[in-house]
Design a protein around this ligand. Structure first.
Ligand code: HEM
Length: 163
């Protein structure tokens, strides 16, 4: 094969590889963003349900309905979305070679806190489903703000990459 043809062949194959890589990266990033939106929707809605739960009369139909809604939200949306956010996020960090970057370390620390809060909400929902006395509506309103603050920190870290 002449060197001209070979160079052309190499240029074409490497650009196809590049396009494939960029496409894979962007497809994984799209799936990452979809899963974090679902996870955050649950993290912002569940404490709201806890507020209504705490305001409802003990052993009322409303209270058992809220317990059902909380359990379903956690099992069918929040848990799969959290696992998908982690899976696609770790995949992105590997594809993009971002492991040594400070913004990712700070982001991971924030996501670990967010995952811990998810665990706290899951434990709270289990206790309420067992009929345990809820905390005060005020407590749930305050804790409802925490995922919002963490979300703001994470998005600025990943978009601005300040360090
Ligand atoms: C669970 C662990 C997570 C890891 C390892 C992770 C890692 C990453 C990586 C490596 C990127 C690609 C950055 C780029 O291409 O510029 C990314 C993008 C992104 N991540 Fe995560 N992420 C995680 C969780 C989250 C969470 C919980 C949120 C929001 C609450 C989030 C929000 C975003 C956003 C908005 C982008 C797109 C940024 C852009 O296109 O500029 N991530 N993530």
């Amino acid at each position: 094969m002449s060197s001209g043809w070979w160079r052309w062949y190499e240029a074409v194959t490497s650009s196809i590889t590049k396009v494939k890589l960029v496409n894979t990266y962007n497809i994984v990033k799209s799936l990452h963003i979809i899963s974090i939106v679902a996870w955050m929707a649950g993290m912002l809605y569940l404490p709201r349900l806890f507020v209504y739960h705490a305001q409802s009369a003990p052993s009322s139909d409303a209270r058992s309905m809220f317990a059902t809604m909380e359990g379903r939200l956690l099992r069918t949306i929040m848990l799969p979305a959290m696992l998908a956010s982690w899976g696609f996020g770790l995949w992105l960090a590997t594809l993009g070679g971002a492991w040594a970057q400070g913004w990712l370390h700070a982001k991971l620390a924030s996501v670990v806190v967010l995952s811990g809060l998810h665990g706290f909400f899951a434990k709270e929902a289990r206790k309420l489903a067992k009929g345990d006395k809820p905390r005060s509506p005020r407590f749930y309103r305050i804790i409802n703000e925490v995922p919002t603050v963490i979300l703001v920190v994470i998005v600025f870290l990943v978009v601005l990459k300040p360090f």
